[in-house]
Design a protein around this ligand. Sequence first.
Ligand SMILES: [Zn+2]
Length: 98
Amino acid sequence: MRLASKCCLPGGVQQALNTADIAILMTGSQASNAGGQVWNIGPGGNPVGWAAAAGEHYVFSHEIGHIFGCRHNRLRDPTGPYEHGYLMVGSTMRTLMA
Ligand SMILES: [Zn+2]
């Protein structure tokens, strides 16, 4: 609906629809157990997800990371050889995907 209300898209709204490489729906609230979600991680999946605008400030970037194939830290998700976030055990610090 917001896209349809914009007047300045080259080629108009209809040309812009179905042309996105990535789609993230920004929501006004979080789910009970998540601030965002992507259904398929990495290449070959649908690059679609959602992120709560009202959630933590990094959620949008975190979900984009999943679309590019990044995963949580190895303790949360041991799948895959190298694409994990880094959890600094014993610290409150962590990388974006951890
Ligand atoms: Zn995640």
